[in-house]
Design a protein around this ligand. Structure first.
Ligand code: GUN
Length: 288
């Protein structure tokens, strides 16, 4: 079997097109321009790339982008004061503080100081609790993007066995909650899971979010399964230079699975598209 490639780029383009339509109507009919504020502390190169890309796409769908780049030595008090100011700014509907933060800043404290209604990352403890209890919340962008692709590919996911590898707060845990919400039977696997290959072989849906390059080989995959690869890892090429790979070994998994997301061009583009969608959602909720 050769897997169908789930085209995250195409999915994301459709989501952005829908968002742009919503933004247009909000502007035309209500005179409201949704606004997203992104806060970057320090100069982490990967974070700088993400933040630039978020700002560019925000503007492309017609929203207002507010970028706040702070020095790596910014004090917690100054960062909290900025968040306070953004919380009370009516032109800002979504706030994202790029992670990781420098070590001297308490990420939980910072994230939980964001107004939950503007927490477009879905990381605030209120949103985590709402998602965990099946209530309306802001949903973290990466798992939301994975779910949209799964739903788009399968329609109903009800009754399917899903194995999520990785238990991070940003991806693994909310992904498991979302799959439960779709009536999947969900197993959360992680570094201490016994017989990980055997566990993964039970899965109709595998979501790999561990941050370890090509960790999942094809012989862990049940024939006909769907594989969602959240990993974005840069590795050295034997002939020199580097390339991006996911958390699954693409070629061997694609030979066994029925459907698979590539890296790059799978989950990655959906994350930013969902951030834009969450910002429009926040804007609509704020304006009744
Ligand atoms: N760093 C890596 N991924 C993310 C994300 O989804 N949101 C934020 N705020 N920071 C990140």
């Amino acid at each position: 079997m050769t897997a169908t490639v789930i085209d995250g780029k195409a999915f994301a383009a459709k989501v952005r097109e829908k968002v742009a339509g919503h933004v247009d109507r909000l502007k035309q009919d209500h005179g409201i321009t949704p606004g997203l504020a992104v806060v970057l502390v320090g100069e982490d190169p990967a974070s700088q790339v993400y933040v630039r890309s978020k700002g560019k796409m925000t503007v492309e769908v017609g929203m207002a982008s507010f970028e706040h780049r702070l020095d790596a030595n910014t004090s917690e008090a100054d960062l909290l004061a900025l968040i306070d100011q953004l919380n009370s700014d009516a032109s800002v509907h979504g706030i994202l503080v790029q992670l990781p933060l420098p070590d001297h800043l308490d990420s939980d404290l910072v994230i939980n100081s964001i107004d939950p209604a503007k927490d477009v990352d879905g990381f605030h403890i209120s949103n985590v609790g709402l998602l965990g209890t099946g209530q309306k919340s802001m949903v973290p962008c990466t798992p939301l993007g994975c779910l949209m692709m799964l739903r788009g590919h399968h329609g109903s996911l009800s009754g399917m066995n899903a194995v999520v590898i990785g238990r991070s707060n940003i991806v693994g845990k909310p992904m498991a909650q979302l799959l439960l919400g779709e009536s999947c039977t969900v197993t959360m696997a992680h570094s201490r899971t016994k017989d990980l290959p055997g566990v993964v072989r039970q899965a109709d849906i595998v979501v790999a979010a561990v941050g370890r390059p090509q960790m999942v080989p094809g012989d862990w995959i049940k024939p006909g399964a769907t594989v969602i690869d959240v990993g974005i890892n840069r590795i050295d090429k034997p002939e020199g230079g580097t390339r991006l790979v996911g958390d699954v070994d693409y070629d061997s998994c694609a030979a066994v699975a029925a459907a698979i997301t590539p890296v790059p061009g799978g989950v990655g583009p959906m994350t930013i598209a969902c951030l834009l969608a969450n910002t429009v959602t926040a804007c609509c909720r704020a304006n009744g």
